[in-house]
Design a protein around this ligand. Structure first.
Ligand code: 2AM
Ligand code: CA
Ligand code: CA
Ligand code: CA
Length: 257
């Protein structure tokens, strides 16, 4: 099989756009909301419908690929071999239910664990970032360049509210060094902020489908992603991820030692 990153990128743009249209059009329809692991971990019928749409598209156009989807309509994934589509149909389901904004739909594509392309659509802002190491990065069709280096004191850092309330020393210390913390409640929107240069970093406890799209796009810019131990994301389990321009990890690691 010949890999064509640009073709995959075009397909992601098409599918994310259709999914975004579907989600916005159905906003006034009744939503069935259920809990998963706890009262703050929600899933709706819309999450499942959109994942089903992506799975159908991927199975049709990339039958050799495997699918790692949050809502379980894809495959069971225990290793990263071959072509894998990581699918998060609605990222920020709590925001989708409560705010009707600040949520994303996203897909990341990897070959043997290496980033190929990712796409994140902020559904209500209609802001689409897409790209990867071989294709470059676009924001709504316009190219984005590498992020300039900034001092830690000159940038905002996104975190998730649970991590802040758990009061992990390194995280609160890092926030104190920065221009401040922002809590959006959607990993996709947070990664987009870093990719667009509106935040220098994002720290959260994330599952593979939360990380895959953002990391694939970010790896085309000078944005890194590390685990607490300084390794690259495993893409196989939930783990704390520190993403950002290099100064974010450098300062985080210094606080650790
Ligand atoms: P989700 O809405 O797709 O589940 C909220 O802080 C962010 O963390 C969202 O991107 C959310 O993705 C993600 N997240 C990951 N695991 C979560 C969990 N167990 N409960 C709530 N949000 C979770
Ligand atoms: Ca979820
Ligand atoms: Ca998610
Ligand atoms: Ca989700």
């Amino acid at each position: 099989m010949k890999l064509e990153p640009l073709k995959i990128q075009h397909d992601l743009v098409a599918w994310l756009t259709v999914a975004g249209d579907k989600i916005r059009q159905s906003l006034t329809e009744e939503l069935q909301v259920n809990t998963k692991s706890g009262r703050n971990d929600l899933v709706t019928n819309r999450d499942k419908e959109i994942e089903r749409f992506y799975v159908n598209q991927i199975r049709t156009y990339y039958p050799e690929a495997r699918i790692y989807g949050e809502e379980g309509l894809g495959d069971e994934i225990n290793d990263l071999s071959g072509l894998i589509f990581f699918v998060d149909p609605i990222d920020g389901t709590m925001n989708f239910v409560k705010q009707k904004e600040n949520f994303a739909t996203m897909i990341g594509v990897y070959l043997d664990g290496e980033p190929i392309v990712g796409g994140i659509l902020d559904v209500m802002a209609q802001r689409l970032v897409v790209g990867g190491p071989q294709t470059g990065v676009m924001l709504n069709g316009r190219p984005l360049s590498k992020r300039p280096s900034l001092d830690i004191k000159d940038g905002l850092i996104g975190v998730n509210s649970r991590m802040l309330s758990e009061n992990i020393n390194q995280v609160t210390d890092l926030i104190r060094l920065s221009s401040g913390a922002r809590i959006t409640g959607s990993a996709g929107v947070e990664f987009s902020q870093v990719i667009m240069g509106k935040q220098i970093g994002y720290i959260s406890n994330l599952s593979p489908w939360d990380v895959a799209a953002g990391w694939a796009i970010a790896s085309a810019l000078n944005i890194e992603a590390h685990t607490i131990a300084g390794q690259r994301p495993s893409l196989l389990k939930r783990e704390i991820i520190i993403a950002g321009i290099p100064t974010v990890w450098q300062n985080f690691a210094k606080l650790q030692s």
